[in-house]
Design a protein around this ligand. Structure first.
Ligand SMILES: NC(=O)c1ccc[n+]([C@@H]2O[C@H](COP(=O)([O-])OP(=O)(O)OC[C@H]3O[C@@H](n4cnc5c(N)ncnc54)[C@H](O)[C@@H]3O)[C@@H](O)[C@H]2O)c1
Length: 254
């Protein structure tokens, strides 16, 4: 019961990693979990999979101040406090070289993956401070630690979250707010299916095989693998850890 009594927000909460984390946080005794997602369809599916009276399901766009104020406001009204803020919502954009990459897709990826994280801390810090501190976990990627051709916006956005995390860690420390990033390699879920198909339309399986060869442990990560790392950073077991980057990649970056 590592999260006994704690209140958590998970953005992108109805996606693969988000929903697995919500389930684990509930198993570990969380008193409340707010699942925030842009997609009403994913929220409906999530609600069917995970029916638990401690969960609130919130449709909101993390890329806008109004969306972030909406979900923070509901969390404050329903639970009255916040202990764990998992800023996990993200979009992959498209797979195209820089010279062909559509400007509006670049702007959208940056809005969700970077501004969404910044807004989350901007409106989340006051709530965490009122609770006497807490943990912010930001989902970056191995794409935040090195380049990959044809995903410039995604790579740039995931590098940028490290800068936000480091600044947030320093600004939050006096109030006992910890901020860390996690950096998964490919995870076996919807986002990777979309990227695999983007790299070689109709030949996703071959792309997956190639990516898998780059991972020494010989497999993609699972949503549950990533949820376990989020749990560690959310819990008091990591109470002296802030400002850090956590790679979870089966050895890919080694
Ligand atoms: N899947 C991978 O291989 C992988 C690897 C490294 C990092 N990541 C990161 O993990 C995080 C979670 O992704 P996932 O793998 O679970 O994929 P996913 O696509 O299943 O989940 C992402 C969720 O974010 C939501 N979302 C998108 N835009 C939003 C917005 N504007 N406001 C609110 N919610 C929004 C989506 O609706 C979706 O439910 C992302 O930040 C992603 O970049 C994924």
């Amino acid at each position: 019961m590592e999260l006994k009594g704690k209140i958590a927000v998970i953005t992108g909460g109805a996606g693969g990693i988000g929903l697995a984390t919500a389930q684990l946080f509930l198993e570990q005794g969380a008193a409340g979990v707010a699942v925030v997602d842009f997609s009403q369809e994913y929220l409906n599916t999530g609600q069917r999979q995970l029916s638990d009276s401690r969960v609130i399901w919130i449709q909101a766009d993390v890329a806008t101040a109004a969306g972030v104020q909406k979900y923070m406001g509901e969390v404050e009204n329903v639970y009255g406090r916040l202990d764990v803020l998992f800023l996990n919502a993200g979009v992959e954009g498209v797979v195209k070289p820089i010279i062909d990459y559509p400007e509006e897709v670049f702007d959208h990826v940056m809005a969700v993956n970077v501004k969404g994280v910044w807004l989350g801390m901007k409106y989340g810090f006051p709530l965490l401070k009122k609770s006497g501190g807490g943990s912010v976990i930001i989902t970056s990627s191995v794409a935040g630690l090195g380049g990959t051709p044809s995903v410039s916006a995604y790579v740039a956005s995931k590098h940028a979250t490290i800068g936000l995390m480091r600044t947030g860690a320093l600004e939050g420390a006096p109030d006992q707010i910890r901020v860390n990033t996690i950096h998964p390699s490919p995870v076996d879920n919807r986002m990777m299916r979309s990227l695999e198909d983007g790299f070689a339309p109709g030949q996703g399986d071959a792309v997956k095989e190639n990516f898998t060869k780059m991972i020494p442990l010989g497999r993609y990560g699972t949503n549950e693998d990533i949820a376990q790392l989020a749990l560690f950073l959310a819990s008091d077991r990591s109470s002296f850890i802030t400002g850090a980057t956590y790679v979870i990649d089966g050895g890919m970056k080694a």
